[in-house]
Write a protein that binds this ligand. Sequence first.
Ligand SMILES: Cc1cc2nc3c(=O)[nH]c(=O)nc-3n(C[C@H](O)[C@H](O)[C@H](O)COP(=O)(O)OP(=O)(O)OC[C@H]3O[C@@H](n4cnc5c(N)ncnc54)[C@H](O)[C@@H]3O)c2cc1C
Length: 503
Amino acid sequence: MSAPLAVWWVKRDARLADNACLAHAAERGLAVLPVHCVEPSLMAADDHSAMHAQAGWQAVTALRGSLRARGADILVAHGEAVDKLAKLRRALPFTAVLSHEEVGNGLSYRRDLAVAAWCRANGVDYLEFPQQGVRRGGINRDRFRRFWLSRVSANPPLEIPEIRTCPRARQLASATGFPGLGAFAGNPGWQPVSEADAQATLADFLGRRGLRYRGGISSPNTALEAGSRLSPHLAWGTLTARQAWRAVKARLAGLDPRDPDTPRWRRSLAAFLSRLAWRDHFTQRLESEPELEFRAPHPCYRDIPYENDPRLLEAWRAGLTGYPLVDAVMRCLAATGFVNFRMRAMAVSFACHALHLDWRLIHPHLARVFRDYDPGIHLPQVQMQAGVVGWNAIRVYNPSKQLADQDPGCGFTRRWVPELANVETSRILKGDIPAGYPAPVAPFAPRARAMAAILYGIRKTERARAETPGVYARHGSRRPERNFRPRKPPQPPQRTLFDELGE
Ligand SMILES: Cc1cc2nc3c(=O)[nH]c(=O)nc-3n(C[C@H](O)[C@H](O)[C@H](O)COP(=O)(O)OP(=O)(O)OC[C@H]3O[C@@H](n4cnc5c(N)ncnc54)[C@H](O)[C@@H]3O)c2cc1C
């Protein structure tokens, strides 16, 4: 008798290793038909771009190679998931749909609910498996750290099991159109996304590049090498945090205490591990409150009087603001899909604080130009850098100070702003820019000060003080140094602001 058939609905988990869907099928003796849907509704969303379509497609193309090497294959369907599952079931009865728990945008959330409803109505089991340290539906934040560790560090990553298939499933999968990557034109500047690339990037980071992680990730000149560069893999699911965690722990255990680099490796890898935890800390916010896609976490920061001048939005998007480092960052993102954390934070701060653009207006553009776009990290980070969270320090990044600190030789800036290729470093640093490059679209300091005054003004109101403990209790980090005491709310850290303004 042939084994019952389960559909493995491949979304952001195009990998064989550490895959709970495959492990479940193997444990239950189920035959598996991997199915991936290229969904028009998701592709039409304002946070989606060709860069994302190509990343997803590249990951699935690589997965197809790995499956074929094991005698299986993947069926790729062009259409909405519910329609495609219904059509498939008419051709080939299956008893279960297995997928990973995705924390995506509102569209993917509603799509998942629709698939669950379809399964219920059609007597198909729908099983979702976690792939992150995020609890479905929300969590008591006091327990988050322990919960996260139980997910990410308690068990080793799952081995690749034997994949059972059935001849009809294999035949259907092999017959589906697979137009090749040409259909999703790539760009040599985009980081490759596949399970094999994820493993190679992880090995290279732990074997060589990671030594410079601590101290190396703030500058756009060094972060390309010093950063792990695992973000597209974690975002697209070609790697799990559990795999990264395990590999780092093994590396730490293997360090030679006599090697003079060992203390530096230890510090760098500890810093990397905390960022792995931040990932899920932020994603848990969106999971707990999906409305955060459209509104600030703190109710008092939802009606900030932004100007939203379309001319300024366009200048920022195009990298034509007249602020060399901001322009370099925006152009680098458009071309490669990557800049480091500090430059992302500066791009948001500049847009919201100096150009007075609403974070909801700038979010879709940034999402589209991030190769590693992951709504669960992206939205909370954009809100944090915009200063609308309510308890974090409001950080205003002065682009001239950042240029002097992070790109003092102006190498990064010149590379992405060719108009400045022949301008002396001292002139660029002073803002003494010749004709041929735009004049500043808005004066930074007075506008940033005005927005900071608005944000701090909100923070000081009675209503904000009353609401902050509740919002913090729901979403705030419980790291010891950030312990929040409801009786004594954090004081507005004016000093941070003016430091960043360079005053
Ligand atoms: C406005 C803004 C938007 C962002 N949007 C995204 C996004 O859509 N997708 C994304 O993966 N990262 C996002 N980040 C976080 C961070 O900038 C990137 O993860 C990092 O630059 C990727 O480089 P890396 O893989 O070398 O990171 P590493 O420094 O090596 O970090 C390892 C991993 O930890 C996670 N991580 C690192 N920093 C953070 C952080 N501050 N918050 C949460 N998780 C973190 C990422 O998964 C990253 O791959 C955003 C940051 C800002 C300021």
